[in-house]
Design a protein around this ligand. Structure first.
Ligand code: SF4
Ligand code: SF4
Ligand code: SF4
Length: 297
């Protein structure tokens, strides 16, 4: 069983005694571990093991005991699962630091996340999970949506059930270009070059990430945003079988993003029978079906 625990940092000293393993000093007491307690904690993934140890030791030190037993490990585990179960709300929604004032923001998405959350709350994913997941609910059962306000994708949309990324697609207008090359300098993906006579920018849209930076710097409005909205990625996850999300073709306005979220949540509720992640059940054929549907909507 994989657990994720948060805890205090341990302060370690070593005192090896018979069946007991190295202990820690907490509140003036040296806390030691029995072999079976030590073996149990070794089954916890290495990247959280230190925190788990610290939590169990703190729990034992609170009682004035000097030895961590298997029962203590199990008690700590049970408490953790119970706490996790109480904290779970059925979904996780987050955003990048864009709304905090990041200068790279391609779009300002204020309001979209709140609208998505309102929709998810109405879908009552927590009750759905409680009905379908055998045993305790854990964080990894929750449906995850993230929003990044530019293609730098700081909130990791590629590994979430749904990732929403702010986008501005640039286009060339008939306004005369001054040849200042500000667009070339600012493009992080080297998508722009200038044609001679008449001087005019050319944009390689296959490589363009729709960050909108060239639009922002063009003094003559030769380059302007022709589409503004959000790219949408579906079906990413980490875990035992990690996979990156697939991106729907196109850029979608806010209302369409809400439609896509609604569609995906309902797909998830129809098809996740035992708490499987959206990424596990949303196959390539389901993705292609949605692409076709969006094309005809
Ligand atoms: S994703 Fe873009 S807007 Fe959001 S914090 Fe990162 S760089 Fe800033
Ligand atoms: S939108 Fe961004 S990536 Fe695309 S051409 Fe402009 S600066 Fe380059
Ligand atoms: S398209 Fe705009 S930013 Fe680019 S060279 Fe011409 S005037 Fe300058």
């Amino acid at each position: 069983m994989i657990l994720f625990w948060h805890g205090i940092d341990e302060i370690k000293t070593y005192a090896i005694t018979g069946n007991l393993s190295p202990g820690v000093v907490l509140g003036g007491l040296t806390v030691e571990w029995t072999k079976d307690a030590e073996n149990a904690v070794k089954k916890v993934p290495f990247f959280v093991r230190k925190k788990v140890r610290a939590r169990v030791e703190a729990q034992v030190a609170e009682t004035g005991k000097k030895t961590v037993t298997l029962t203590d490990v199990k008690t700590a585990q049970k408490r953790h699962l119970q706490k996790m179960s109480e904290e779970i709300k059925g979904y996780q929604i987050d955003t990048c630091f864009g709304p905090g004032g990041c200068p790279n923001r391609t779009v300002h998405s204020e309001g979209l996340l709140e609208r998505i959350e309102k929709m998810i709350v109405a879908e009552d994913l927590l009750s759905f999970l409680k009905q379908h997941v055998p045993g305790d609910l854990k964080y990894h059962h929750e449906f995850r949506i993230t929003l990044a306000e530019c293609p730098n994708a700081c909130s990791q949309p590629q590994i979430k059930d749904m990732g929403i990324i702010g986008a501005v697609v640039p286009g060339i207008t008939n306004e005369a270009c001054s040849g200042c090359e500000a667009c070339i300098d600012v493009c992080p993906d080297n998508c722009i070059r200038l044609q001679d006579s008449p001087q005019k920018p050319e944009i390689d849209l296959d490589r363009c990430m729709a960050c909108g930076k060239c639009v922002g710097v063009c003094p003559t409005q030769t380059i302007q945003g022709v589409e503004k909205g959000f790219r949408v990625q579906l079906g990413g996850k980490l875990g035992r079988h990690p996979q990156l999300a697939r991106e729907l073709p196109g850029v979608y306005p806010e209302e369409k993003v809400l439609d896509i979220v609604h569609y995906c949540i309902n797909f998830y509720k129809r098809n996740s029978r035992q708490g499987e992640r959206f990424a596990q059940i949303f196959k390539k054929s389901d993705f292609d079906f949605l692409v076709e549907k969006l094309r005809h909507d």
